[in-house]
Ligand binder design. Structure first.
Ligand code: NAD
Ligand code: ZN
Length: 391
């Protein structure tokens, strides 16, 4: 089959590789009809997350048709079923899975011990996402082996297009969980940093959950316009001071709830003059080498507020103003998404027409164009917000 394969930093190619087969009785094989490139894939593309190996197959947002089912998965799945595959692999039986903490499954990441030891933060197994998360071949491919497939699948109806369902694999529940974790109240002003695909889902989720106002922060006009179309107020951080504008919009209090949908993308942004990062050096005596959305968020969040962090961080991230966090009594909530905790509700919202996540798709191309699209998505060229690949 053909698949997008990691060869090294900023080197992804469409290669011929061996077809996957059933390895465990709980496995299923899915013929991928659509898959997407995620901001998390960019962290792997930049080699920010360790333990990618040449030959690894990329991709953790995929859907398609079941073509083979292992003996123990047969009660739950059959050949011909249309499924979305959550990016988190989970057994459904361990203590964390029983609590609904699927992204912390204790059994699905075969390298969890190593990841715990090296970084102290082993997650569940993740598709296409480094050997620290199990080294499972990903879904930017013609076929995908789904371990624990009896638990790890979302059955979806015919008659709804792939683009409306595909994001149940990751970014829709990710934006949703990020907003749910804010415990939104009707008077809340929610600010969302980063208007990429995850930010877009978080903005709409915060509004669906009843926020009084959402404020969207980015520098890319097409992403800010998408946020405004949902009803958000936009702040372009390349043109104005985010902190001053947020204070102005909140009567000096700061947003009640803040969502970081930037993650390590902060590290690849050009330095911004006249921002907290520079002022912070004088005010806090903090020597910073990089702009950092999270630092800005902690600084401006209202006392007693909540900061929700779906943005991905790996390893250590230094110079975070813990003193502000502590003295302002801020609650921080974060994590990889427990995808299946939310999907029954979210699938219903799609079917009822409350939201159609397909609005983020700007580029639909054949799988073979994937390597080029990694660059287009990374560089935000050509108005790119979300890329869907058709194997
Ligand atoms: P993306 O790279 O398309 O979006 C990031 C956006 O942040 C860009 O639009 C960029 O312009 C903007 N940005 C950069 N610096 C900023 C700053 N200082 N202030 C405001 N905006 C800034 O990526 P995405 O697909 O939307 O993903 C966003 C993050 O979510 C990534 O870190 C990704 O790994 C993470 N993610 C987490 C989960 C999870 O389970 N927690 C799931 C999916 C994605
Ligand atoms: Zn993702």
């Amino acid at each position: 089959m053909r698949a997008l394969v990691w060869h090294g930093k900023e080197d992804i190619r469409c290669d011929r590789v061996t077809d996957p087969g059933i390895e465990d009785p709980r496995d299923a094989i899915v013929k991928v009809t659509s898959c997407a490139i995620c901001g998390s894939d960019l962290h792997l593309f930049h080699n920010f997350i360790p333990a990618m190996l040449p030959g690894d197959i990329m991709g953790h947002e995929a859907m398609g048709e079941v073509v083979e089912v292992g003996a123990e998965a047969r009660g739950k799945l059959k050949v011909g079923d249309r499924v979305v595959v959550p990016f988190t692999i989970f057994c459904g039986q361990c203590e964390q899975c029983q609590r609904g903490n699927f992204s912390l499954c204790q059994r699905s990441n075969r390298n969890k011990r190593l990841a715990d030891k090296v970084f102290g933060h082993g997650t569940a197994g993740l598709f296409g996402y480094t050997h620290l998360t199990g080294g499972y071949p990903g879904g930017q491919a013609e076929f995908l082996r789904v371990p624990f497939a009896d638990a790890t699948h979302i059955k979806v109806p015919d008659g709804v297009p792939d683009e409306s369902l595909l994001f149940l694999s990751d970014i829709f529940p990710t934006g949703w969980q990020a907003a749910v974790q804010c415990d939104i109240e009707p008077t809340d002003i929610v600010a969302v940093w980063g208007c990429g695909p995850v930010g877009q889902m978080a903005i709409r989720s915060a509004l669906l959950l009843g926020a009084e106002q959402v404020i969207a922060i980015d520098r890319l006009p097409e992403r800010l316009e998408m946020a405004e179309a949902a009803g958000a107020i936009a702040i372009d951080f390349s043109r104005e001071s985010v902190i001053e504008r947020l204070n102005e919009l909140t009567g000096g209090d700061g947003p009640d709830k803040c969502i970081d949908c930037v993650g390590m993308e902060s590290h690849v942004m050009p330095s911004q003059p006249d921002t907290l990062y520079d002022r912070g050096k004088q005010m806090l005596g903090v020597e910073t080498d990089r702009p950092h959305a999270l630092r800005e968020i902690i600084y401006v969040c209202r006392g007693g507020g909540v900061i929700s962090i779906p943005g991905v961080y790996a390893g250590f991230d230094d110079k975070i103003p813990l003193g502000q966090l502590m003295n302002k009594g801020i609650t921080v909530r974060t994590g990889q998404t427990h995808v299946n905790r939310w999907t029954d509700d979210l699938l219903r919202y799609i079917e009822e027409g409350l939201i159609d996540p397909a609005f983020v798709v700007t580029h639909t191309v054949p799988l073979a164009d994937g390597p080029e699209m990694y660059k287009v998505f990374r560089d935000k060229q050509d108005g790119c917000v979300k890329v869907v690949l058709k194997p």
